[in-house]
Design a protein around this ligand. Sequence first.
Ligand code: PLP
Length: 362
Amino acid sequence: KKAERVYNFSAGPSMLPLEVMEQAAEQLTNYGGCGMSVMEMSHRSSEFEEILHSAEKNLRDIMNIPDHYKVLFIQGGATLQFSMIPMNLLRNSKKADYIVTGAWAKKAAEEAKKFGDIKIVASSEESVFSYIPEVKKEEFREDADYVHITMNNTIYGTKFPYIPDTGEIPLVADFSSCILSETVDVSKFALIYAGAQKNIGPAGVVIVIIREDLIGHASADIPVYLDYKIHADNESMYNTPPTFGIYMAGEVFKNIVRLGGVPALEKINREKAKKLYDYIDQSALYSCPVVPKDRSLMNVVFVTGNTDLDKKFTKEAKAAGLHNLGGHRSIGGMRASIYNAMPMEGVDTLIEFMKKFEAENK
Ligand code: PLP
């Protein structure tokens, strides 16, 4: 079975742990002997309630989420959070400050502008988002309702090497492409959100980890589904939740526990990324446009400097079983997304291919 699978370097949806999918396949038509699939089960059944509660409990354990934070399973992807965040969190000054470090951060800020006074306090757009700006506490507006950052920039291959000090201002972060990749101190953030389709499970679920004092301030006229309070009060069961996606996420969390938790994954992720960056940095053909200190552990971006050669690389890599290595359509080049489920052998195989391609295309 393993031999049939390719190494999939897609930025998302991306690879999931094989053992989790094989187990889900075994349980697909008959979950735990209950005679039906999770897909067919009432979300009000005791079986599903157990699935939801254990998913939340395991996520709380592996991320050390403090008790005064709620964990919500919502639909609409990270994109809907771009709207829900300002709709719920702009409450006093109606001001929010955004650090723009990529296309997703920009989209988040653009969406928020519909709801309040949004200031871009720093941006690295002038250098095609090849670095993360350093922003000091004094640069944020004192009365801002929140500050928003994108922790890992999927398209440009950067990640915040530091957590901005916002003082009393709630810090909100998009963790879509780095959640569970390395340990994080949740208490430094007021709200963390992440679409599932990279390190968590299938697309269709977004996880929101929110400090309780931020819940319950949305204006009464917003659509009911967009109010965090509705999701919190109903334990993510106000309406039918994405049941199968939550089940898969829960199985991924159990697997992380089995593998030794996030620190164990972080160690491997650092080794995988280091191997790839070290190879790229010494190569005469490939280069990485991102400043070393801000490089992502999850999305490794590189170019040959020749667009035709980049295309040839992506095509030949695919023929060799290394799929989806093309860079995002907005910037081209190559991108190897090496999320938690990408095994070390995938990275080793990629490096071997890169060496061969370099030798053939001097
Ligand atoms: N934020 C980041 C960092 C992303 O990488 C993506 C998608 O890749 C999104 C937001 C958008 O997520 P979704 O497609 O779940 O709305």
